[in-house]
Design a binder for this molecule. Structure first.
Ligand SMILES: [Zn+2]
Length: 287
């Protein structure tokens, strides 16, 4: 793949937004899980996709199927850009979610309406997770199961949050609700940073993968990830709500493979780190 912008420009432009403090679990006594800085198996890439399902999720699944890769999806029941908590994405994309499950991907909870935990009461945090789970169960029925893994919207308050009191309050609210799966420092693909010309969250007239800005965004995502993957384990943050993501994904996979990487899910992580399934861990957690 040809790249049109140099890495130095990229670094200058994006480093300032790439400064998640490495906040370990010991700092806040939150639920167990993966937090930036925690151990990861070497040469392993955990591809994670937030905010879906959307019109683009089945295309992402097509890429993963072709490449024989299992990934992790953190789903929202009512995610709509610049909108409220109205809507029911689980009903709209039920067949996509069933497929996700049948093809062996891990599905986690990204809350119902994608609000920031840092500004919510413990009660509200709990209801955002539980309502998402309930909606998922209602729509998916026998295909549902428990969404044990949690990806907090915006990674908050485990990224960029300087306020320890907030972190402790949220952590205590999350205790017993599931396990946290954050992403690795500097492996936010930044695909959700903006909407460029030629892309949108739904299929239709706005979509033009040939638009210069669409291509430039693909290059930006590719360069930012490819230059940093040097054999260390990585959890990469993507969003299956952006068509640029599914377009650039095969190139990223190819690059990671050429560096010797294999691919795994949050569920694989549980077995690797604790020698148990998330369900077994979850039962212990509630004892
Ligand atoms: Zn999100």
């Amino acid at each position: 793949m040809k790249t049109t912008i140099s890495l130095s420009v990229l670094l200058l432009t994006y480093c300032s937004s790439f400064e998640p403090a490495t906040i370990s679990r010991a700092d806040h006594k939150g639920p167990i899980g993966y937090y930036a800085g925690d151990p990861l198996p070497p040469k392993t890439a955990f591809l994670t996709f937030d905010d879906g399902p959307s019109d683009w999720t089945s295309d992402v699944l097509d890429v993963l199927k072709k490449e024989n890769i299992k990934a992790t999806f953190f789903v929202c029941g009512a995610w709509l850009p610049k909108a409220s908590t109205k809507g029911n994405s689980f009903r709209k994309y039920k067949t996509v979610l069933v497929r996700m499950k049948e093809e062996g991907h891990t599905i986690g909870n990204h809350t119902l309406g994608h609000q920031n935990f840092a500004y919510m009461s413990p009660k509200k945090i709990e209801s955002q997770l539980e309502e998402n789970q309930r909606l998922y169960q209602n729509e998916l029925g026998e295909y549902s199961g428990k969404l044990i893994w949690i990806r907090p919207p915006f990674g908050s308050p485990y990224i960029k949050t300087k306020n320890e009191t907030v972190r402790r309050r949220v952590s205590s609210a999350l205790q017993g609700k599931g396990f946290i799966f954050m992403w690795t420092k500097e492996f936010d693909s930044t695909d959700s940073k903006e909407w460029v010309k030629g892309e949108w969250y739904e299929k239709g007239a706005k979509i033009n993968p040939d638009h210069e800005k669409f291509k430039r965004k693909m290059d930006r995502i590719y360069n930012s990830l490819a230059s940093k993957a040097e054999g260390q384990g990585v959890v990469i943050l993507f969003h299956d709500t952006h068509p640029t993501t599914k377009e650039v994904l095969p190139f990223i996979i190819e690059k990671l493979r050429s560096e010797g990487y294999t691919f795994a899910t949050a569920e694989d992580y549980t077995r690797w780190r604790w020698g148990k399934t998330s369900e077994e861990l979850s039962e212990e957690d509630s004892d």
